[in-house]
Design a protein around this ligand. Sequence first.
Ligand code: V47
Ligand code: SF4
Length: 373
Amino acid sequence: MIKAAPSLESIRSKVADGVRLDRDDGLFLEGAVSLNDLGVMANAVRERKNGRVAWYNVNVHLNPTNVCAYRCTFCAFRADLKDPRAYRMSDEEILARGAEAHARGCTEMHIVGGLHNKASVDWYRHILELVHQSYPEIHLKAYTAVEWDWFERITNKPVGDILSEFIDAGLGSLPGGGAEIFDPVVRGKICEHKADGGTWLRVHEAAHRLGLRSNATMLYGHHEGPEHRIDHLLALRDLQDRTGGFQTFIPLAFHPENTRMSHMPKPSSIADLRTIAISRLMLDNFDHIKAYWIMLGISTAQIALAYGADDLDGTVVHEKIYHEAGSSSPQEITVADLRRLILEAGREPVERDTLYRRVVRDPAQPSRWTLAA
Ligand code: V47
Ligand code: SF4
């Protein structure tokens, strides 16, 4: 039987009935559907999955080093070993960051950085041990698939074994970074030597098989086209069908400033909202879509809560990767501001931990928290 070409009506009825969209539907959404129509459909899916809730968390970032053996053309964060900007944090500095996170009542520390040419895997594991032993209540969401692949390359051990050793040191889950765009030709233009798309997926699969949850990302607004974005989403959806280990998807808009692609424009808010809505529609087996306010800017992130997103990420103290690339978002946001932004968007703010469990704060002492029963 010849398959009918997609139309807005056919996609609307699939979305209403909870029927999975296919690649042709995705390409149709990309090329022929208005932002308003995308938003209405994505919002329906978002409300089906998360009701009125918009999630946020209280977290801090730790980028232990900016020295990196790779040279991704989109990266403003990395430095060569001898660059005056190069740094590698000492144990004292890392522990001070843990103490600060504890004092602020953070439930999560997000740890990612460069692939330091002179650091051993032991150092990366030691960072987790340091923080975990002093502050075991803080969930460590650590190291992207690119870093795990690097650890595999420098130790010659299978990633499953390395992950198990790091779980013993305090690893709680994996962040979604390093996915960029899986298409090999586009990937070759922006990050030629680092882990390829198949490796990124293999690392996350290994993590899921060990019981770890992880996140997924997609970097858009550079050399990729609609077909690369749709194929990227489909590859994530396939893995999620097999493992169920992904928690949230985070579309990441390319920030050109201070990068080797600084001649390119930054994606518009329209492109941001379209990407969020299409992601929500294609990733039917993901519970959450995150509008990362640091990357989108606060206003677009707030509007994204009506275009498929149900999560704003968190207070994000000490973020470096986007601020080096010209993000004009503030360095951090207070919980009161996050809650106000969410309420203003007509949503119900709910604090979560990394694993999307509800967090309850002591009103008299907000840095004290427990998980809801
Ligand atoms: O992998 C780097 C991206 C990622 C630029 O898992 C850039 O909860 C745009 O993955 N312009 C790291 N993007 C950040 C990341 C992340 C962020 C928030 C939450 C989570 C999570 C994960 O940032 C990199 C790369 O894709 N990136 N430089 C840039 N100039
Ligand atoms: Fe290194 Fe990551 Fe920057 Fe690529 S994106 S150069 S792997 S720090």
